[in-house]
Design a protein around this ligand. Structure first.
Ligand code: MN
Length: 222
């Protein structure tokens, strides 16, 4: 039996809708600039650049209705509403998308802008502690591509789009990710955010909805 130097951390996980099962999370891949209007608001030209990947550690996950803390070292915490695809074993014995959830890609926008300017990695801007709030996982078919993806802050609508506005749809995202990594059961893929990203402050109440999935709700703790 392995003798651990100290107790290993518990595996981050998501509740699965409609039962007691939990989805064990391995790592979190995220797609950048996968909605044209958001790429433009970030100063990019979606016609000249294809969406790309970055990542968050699996333990950045915030689940089960927990509230993330306002992170240190930023004055510009931003929300990004996202459809999340969950990778697992498929019925045909392969690996693929087995479920869906509503996520929020929390971002230190000021650190991201500095990193972009200096040509440095985004880890501190994107992969910080508690940067990945995610709702419960719904197993089965992809949500209706014509369905809405919306985010409100304190009841005010800030993002309002449809999943169809994605540049790479979830199948193409998985294809692109699988060309770069060996996807494994437990991987989550945040599929990008529509336009309308903006700041959050302590005490703000965030609600993210995607038609057909469980709503994600959280409050930014001081
Ligand atoms: Mn994002």
């Amino acid at each position: 039996m392995t003798q651990w130097l100290f107790p290993p951390r518990p595996v981050p996980s998501l509740p699965v809708v409609g039962g007691d099962a939990r989805f064990p999370v391995r790592r979190i891949l995220c797609v950048g600039q996968n909605y044209a209007a958001h790429a433009r608001e970030m100063g990019s030209d979606p016609d000249k650049q294809t969406p790309f990947f970055f990542s968050k550690p699996g333990d950045a996950l915030v689940s089960d209705g927990a509230d993330p803390a306002y992170p240190p070292a930023t004055d510009e915490l931003h929300y990004e509403a996202e459809l999340v695809a969950a990778i697992g074993p498929t019925a045909d014995g392969g690996i693929g998308i087995v479920g869906w959830a509503v996520g929020c890609d929390l971002t230190r926008r000021d650190l991201q802008a500095e990193a972009k300017k200096a040509g440095r990695p985004w880890d501190a801007a994107k992969g910080f502690d508690q940067s990945a709030p995610c709702g419960p996982l719904t197993l089965g078919a992809r949500p209706d591509p014509a369905g809405a993806i919306r985010l409100t802050v304190n009841g005010e609508t800030r993002q309002d789009s449809v999943l169809n506005d994605m540049i790479l749809n979830p199948d193409r995202i998985v294809e692109a990710a699988a060309a770069l990594w060996s996807l494994q059961p437990g991987d989550l893929i945040f599929t990008g955010t529509p336009s309308g990203v903006g700041p959050l402050k302590p005490g703000d109440r965030v609600v993210v909805t995607i038609a057909g999935l469980e709503t994600l709700r959280f409050e930014i703790r001081p």
